[in-house]
Design a protein around this ligand. Structure first.
Ligand code: GLC
Length: 753
């Protein structure tokens, strides 16, 4: 046998190919072979235990879920790695830390299969960018791609191969703490950002990028009453038309992995939902990557009342098409038994291992397992000046101007005295959210710091107003009002701490705390102009804030440079262009309120109150419309839309028509405008929303400039899904709406033949 390898080596060397004896002896180590061939060879060498080990993902860092009782301390975990019983670790970071563990996997396990290191890199790693819902308000997918790519660059330099992002759960309920992670309430816009974020994270899968993971599949954002981890009950019709499109866009963009959601769909936990994991994902969407559960979601099927015990959970999960087990341990404990007893076909396990190994080969981990573990590179890319600048630009483009009475903003840079009020103006610990990875709040430019830096010639005073517990006291009141008397303008920062943003952070009350409202009332009664800044990771109830403010700027959670970005906007150095991607309710009782709703059999037009407006779908105490609608956002300049025209009022199913209109920047400032195109299918075999976003253009205009804007209306914009996911395109009347938001639109009609 030995002679054979020597001869082969000699031939190989002579033919100029440099094979090591290991590569000849183990084809899976041979980088000249195709990935498929290498996987086949490796699979043939793996024991059943080693195959099951690839499906086992363990937490090796701070908890991002309940302790799953694996009870494995670091020592036992390293032994499991040596025994080939771990395929991936999450939450351990650092070029050196991960490198040391990878060395054990590669040099001390029998086959030397490298690990995948994963982390929730949701909106930045060390440099933090705006939370995803804020970023979606930029309506700038290129920006999203850049931010994801930058995050991947920092994270991969810290030894990470895989992020659990983008989260693309469509959501209509701001009580849910995770609205911050997505792209709001629209399936089309969600799809645009899903694809952009996947492209940004993955790039060409070189070692400056990460495997993406679109989550949570599916429908997690529909948790009843916005209560975290609560029941989801979506019709198949809505599942297909509202909730699935963003995930599909991520899969179509090449997302390497998909994560199960915690919730049930059609009464079956997503972790074991064969319709989702096999029928939709594999058969209809041709997904080729691998699936990972959410944290212990396999074992939680027992709580759901769907699995009798862990072995039952393991069987149901893998039979549905689920593959990697995050933290529950049910696969490593029971899959071998299930395979041996033929309850689970070996082929399912082999396919899962194949899908996982594919990406370990694709990332080059077998050929250069330490390329992600260079400490100097790690230090060189993180928190660079480019990263800070991108964070600031992204935050500028994400903050939404909701009100600006009499041009209160932008402020004159020579303004004499500004009073900044509110604990959130300086509170670093409240500045970032739960999903800020390794972002350091000490690196954050606070709102107060940003204002002081930008308005260096002005006198900037500060008063805490409400404290960290949102308590407003007479002491702070006196201090605040005394300072307010000397101020030319007051900037009041209200909102919700970043500690209440993200997973396991649902809130039943999303109006500003009473202490904050008391502070605003006192300021309002002082007669001073009050500019309200809102620091929050979800839409809040601003109904009572509106009359007490001259301007409202929704800052969301802007990340490391949030204060610098804010100051750019306050000073007019950046003309706000962002527009809402989630409706803002008048009251919690109005939730869910969203623009793309159905008309109902008794529609009501707000403001009408005649005899025909009683027996209609309305409230007696508030309007039906949102306080601020989807697509809404103001600018420091004003816009005029005119002359909406269609190239034809008839369209063939294999044709298209053009929609044109003129948009003018009436001044006084240059700025960007997001022109939105919506469509309504007036009558179809299933009811259709009163309008649906189908396209948009973000355009830059000089002050006074006018542009002809053109959209092409295609059949794909008019089609929709039936409850089984079949695409329908039906003749009939359609209405086109074009405007600056989902409410202020011009319309025209056409007929699809
Ligand atoms: C959490 C989240 C999921 C995250 C995972 C790992 O429970 O639901 O989004 O990726 O666990 O942290």
């Amino acid at each position: 046998m030995r002679g054979k390898y020597l001869l082969l080596s000699a031939i190989a060397f002579v033919s100029g190919l440099r094979f090591s004896s290991a590569q000849i002896k183990y084809p899976y180590r041979n980088a000249n072979l195709s990935i498929e061939k290498r996987i086949t060879d490796l699979l043939s060498r793996m024991t059943l235990d080693e195959k099951v080990g690839q499906l086992n993902q363990l937490n090796s860092g701070p908890l991002t879920g309940p302790e799953a009782g694996n009870g494995k301390g670091p020592k036992e975990m390293l032994q499991q790695i040596r025994d080939g019983k771990v395929g991936s670790l999450l939450n351990v970071v650092g070029a050196v830390e991960t490198g040391n563990i990878q060395k054990i996997a590669v040099t001390e396990s029998r086959l030397g299969i490298p690990l995948l290191f994963a982390l929730d890199v949701i909106h930045g790693y060390k440099t933090i960018f705006p939370i995803p819902i804020a970023e979606s308000c930029s309506w700038d997918p290129d920006l999203a791609e850049k931010c994801a790519s930058a995050a991947a660059k920092e994270a991969s330099a810290s030894g990470l191969h895989w992020t659990f992002a983008p989260m693309m759960d469509l959501t209509r309920d701001p009580r849910w703490g995770r609205v911050m992670e997505g792209a709001g309430e629209d399936p089309y816009l969600g799809g645009v950002f899903a694809a952009a974020r996947v492209r940004g994270f993955q790039g060409n899968l070189d070692n400056n990028h990460l495997l993406a993971c679109v989550k949570h599949f599916a429908g997690y954002g529909a948790a009843e009453s916005g209560r975290e981890y609560n029941t989801v009950d979506i019709s198949r019709y809505n599942l297909w038309n509202m909730y699935l499109p963003p995930y599909k866009a991520a899969v179509d963009a090449g997302a390497a992995t998909v994560m199960n959601s915690f919730n049930i769909v059609d009464g079956i936990p997503a972790s074991a939902n064969k319709y989702l994991n096999t029928e939709v994902l594999r058969k209809k969407w041709k997904f080729r990557g691998f699936m990972v559960s959410d944290w212990s979601s396999f074992s939680e099927m027992i709580n759901h009342g769907f699995a009798e015990n862990k072995i039952d959970a393991a069987e149901k999960a893998i039979l549905s098409g689920s593959q990697m087990d995050m933290e529950s341990g049910v696969f490593i404990q029971h899959l071998k038994t299930l395979i041996s007893s033929k309850k689970v076909p070996q082929k399912l396990l082999d396919n899962a291992v194949r899908d996982i190994l594919y990406y370990k080969f694709k990332l080059g981990l077998f050929d250069n397992p330490y390329k992600y573990h260079n400490e100097n590179h790690e230090k060189s890319v993180q928190l660079s000046s480019e990263m800070h600048e991108l964070s600031k630009q992204a935050s500028c483009k994400s903050m939404v101007l909701l009100k600006n009475e009499n041009g209160t903003l932008p402020l004159d840079k020579n303004i004499k005295n500004i009073l900044v009020v509110g604990n959130l103006a300086t509170n670093r610990s409240a500045s970032l959210d739960f999903w800020s990875a390794k972002g350091d709040t000490n690196q954050v430019t606070t709102y107060l710091a940003g204002i002081k830096s930008k308005f260096a010639k002005s006198e900037i005073s500060f008063s805490e107003g409400y404290n960290e517990k949102n308590r407003f006291s007479t002491e702070t009141e006196n201090d605040m009002l005394t300072k307010a008397q000397k101020a030319d303008v007051v900037i009041a920062v209200i909102g919700i701490s970043g500690k209440l943003a993200g997973e396991a952070r649902s809130l039943a009350d999303i109006a500003p705390a009473s202490g904050q409202m008391e502070m605003l009332r006192k300021l309002h009664s002082s007669g001073k102009k009050v500019i309200v800044l809102v620091h929050a990771a979800r839409p809040m109830i601003l109904t009572d804030v509106l009359p007490m403010s001259s301007s409202i700027l929704y800052c969301w959670i802007g990340g490391t440079e949030m204060g610098a970005a804010l100051a750019e906007i306050l000073a007019g150095d950046y003309n706000p262009s962002a527009k809402l991607t989630m409706s803002f309710p008048h009251a919690v009782g109005q939730i869910p309120v969203y623009y793309n709703s159905f008309n109902t059999g008794r529609p009501h037009v707000d403001g009408r109150d005649g005899p025909d407006d009683f027996w209609v779908s309305r409230y007696r105490d508030i309007p039906n419309a949102a306080l601020f609608p989807f697509g809404f956002g103001l600018s420091y300049t004003s816009w005029e839309y005119s002359n909406l025209e269609l190239s034809s009022h008839n369209m063939d199913k294999n044709g298209s028509i053009t929609c044109t209109l003129y948009v003018k920047n009436k001044g006084p400032l240059d700025g960007e405008e997001i022109v939105q195109l919506y469509i309504r299918d007036v009558s179809a075999s299933y009811v259709r929303p009163i309008k649906e976003l189908k396209s948009f253009k973000k355009l830059y205009f000089k002050a006074g400039e006018s542009k002809k804007v053109e959209f092409t209306i295609t059949p794909s914009m008019l089609s929709f899904y039936d409850p089984e996911g079949n695409t329908l395109l039906e003749s009939g009347s359609f209405t086109v709406f074009v405007g600056k938001n989902s409410k202020e639109v011009q319309e025209a009609s056409f007929v699809l033949k």
